[in-house]
Design a protein around this ligand. Structure first.
Ligand code: SAM
Length: 177
């Protein structure tokens, strides 16, 4: 399954930390790309450094219009999944979502344009209480991939963790630069 993430919506005060965390969750939970608007350009550098250290080639793309990307992805046969507390329960939709081949997961910031509810193939709630785009994204990605995302190989990283019961075990690759 190919999963990409689109973060939309404006904030009165830009919250770069939350945006970075949305990107980190997308990367660590098996998505291959995130599209975002109105962000600090440093976020791209942060993710680049993470890829270099921990592997993989997760992509951050800055965009001007969420509509253009969403339309393009629809044409490329992606199903659009909008995460919203008003949507259908993840408990009732996860089975169908797991069968899809390409997903564009849309998460909001503060204000979400009304139009997206109509545009999405699925409006999905992770419970019907307000919480956060970070948690909603993590739970959706885990439910639809059933933990398989953690088996994904993050290739060409400088560091690789060997899980242990206690302490920290990290394999460090020798590099010349
Ligand atoms: N009242 C806002 C709205 O217009 O939807 C909520 C904004 S919330 C801080 C930011 C984003 O987190 C939402 O746009 C949605 O993507 C996600 N989110 C928050 N709670 C959720 C829930 N219970 N289920 C699914 N997504 C949720």
């Amino acid at each position: 399954m190919m999963i990409e993430v689109l973060r939309i919506g404006q904030r009165i005060i830009r919250d770069d930390r939350v945006t970075t965390h949305v990107a980190l969750v997308a990367r660590a939970f098996g998505a291959s790309k995130i599209f975002m608007t109105e962000v600090n350009p440093e976020i791209k550098e942060t993710i680049k450094k993470i890829n270099k250290t921990w592997g993989g080639n997760f992509v951050v793309e800055f965009i001007d219009s969420w509509r253009t990307i969403a339309k393009k992805k629809r044409k490329e046969n992606f199903k659009i999944v909008h995460l919203t507390m008003y949507g259908e329960s993840i408990n009732d939709t996860q089975k169908e979502l797991s069968k899809e081949e390409n997903l564009l997961v849309v998460v909001g910031a503060e204000k979400v344009p009304r139009e997206i509810y109509e545009f999405a193939h699925y409006n999905v709630s992770i419970g019907n209480q307000p919480h956060s785009e970070i948690s909603a994204l993590a739970i959706l990605l885990d439910r639809i991939q059933k933990g398989e995302q953690f088996k994904k190989d993050f290739s060409r990283g400088r560091r690789k963790i060997i899980p242990t019961k206690k302490g920290k075990k990290v394999l460090v690759k020798e590099t010349r630069d």
